[in-house]
Ligand binder design. Structure first.
Ligand code: IPE
Ligand code: IPE
Ligand code: MG
Length: 253
């Protein structure tokens, strides 16, 4: 191989099959950020950015399944996002209801199990029903788990876990000595899920915004400058390729 071709191969993104020969993360988390800026850049209303974001999510779910990644968790609406303008929140709620029903047949066919992670209280009835319907209809699927973090905030999740632990101890169902990292994890929304190996955030922001704080203790992070609606297969493969080059030490040598 010439020097020039080996130089360019450094930037070449491997194919799905090539990547699959390496270490594929078991669980990928995504902070799908930048919808509003994507729309503003095009002089469109912010909400159209959210609509375009659905397309990106479709692409990502498909590729997640092709790569054989078993768990995908996406941050779709945070416990702090309620403070946005009423019209934007209402648009988003409608979008969730519509997508949960329109995407269901295909997700079901692909063996995807949908799970909402977040606080149930405070979610409009119609939206909660849509999530519950999607969970019920896909609960037996085994190919991939698709967690939708909705009305999700990690600090709130941890506080809720602490309260549940106090209650379990008070009722005699748990002993104080039994509370450790392992048992604590079982009180989180993600109780049935391994910790994320990789978290991707789009839109060029370098922060975690209250997403999977406990679960992400040893997660690898990948930041992309691309706004979420523009995030495509190539960007996703590049993130996985980058992940494969990391050296995860977990505090050891
Ligand atoms: C992420 O995109 C989607 C949600 C938070 C619901 P944003 O709406 O945060 O887009 P920006 O960050 O304002 O561009
Ligand atoms: C995080 O994005 C939440 C989602 C992607 C759903 P935000 O846009 O709400 O986060 P900040 O406000 O930039 O930290
Ligand atoms: Mg944002």
């Amino acid at each position: 191989m010439s020097i020039i071709s080996s130089f360019f191969s450094l930037f070449k993104i491997p194919s799905i099959n090539e990547l699959k020969k390496g270490d594929i993360p078991n669980h990928v988390g995504i902070i799908m950020d930048g919808n509003g800026r994507w729309a503003s850049k095009r002089k469109l209303p912010r909400v159209l950015g959210h609509k375009a974001g659905v397309e990106a999510l479709r692409r990502v779910i498909k590729l997640t399944s092709k790569l054989g990644i078993k768990y995908l968790t996406v941050f779709s609406f945070s416990s702090e996002n309620w403070d946005r303008p009423k019209e934007e929140v209402e648009y988003l709620m409608g979008l969730f209801v519509d997508c949960l029903s329109s995407e269901l047949p295909l997700l079901n066919k692909k063996g995807v199990k949908i799970k909402m992670i977040g606080k149930k209280e405070g979610i409009p009835k119609k939206v909660l029903k849509s999530f519950e319907n999607a969970e019920n209809k896909t609960c037996k699927n085994k190919e991939m788990v698709f967690n939708i973090a909705f009305n999700y905030g990690s600090r709130q999740e941890i506080i809720e876990a602490v309260k549940k632990i106090f209650k379990a101890i008070g009722e005699g169902n748990l002993k104080l000595e039994e509370v450790d990292q392992n048992s604590f994890s079982k009180f989180l929304y993600t109780k049935d899920c391994p910790d994320p190996d990789l978290i991707i955030r789009t839109s060029g922001e370098y922060r975690i915004s209250n997403f999977l704080l406990w679960q992400g203790a040893y997660t690898e992070f990948y930041f992309s400058k691309v706004f979420w609606p523009d995030f495509n297969e190539k960007h996703y493969l590049r993130a996985i390729f980058d992940y494969q080059k990391r050296n995860r030490r977990f505090g050891k040598l």
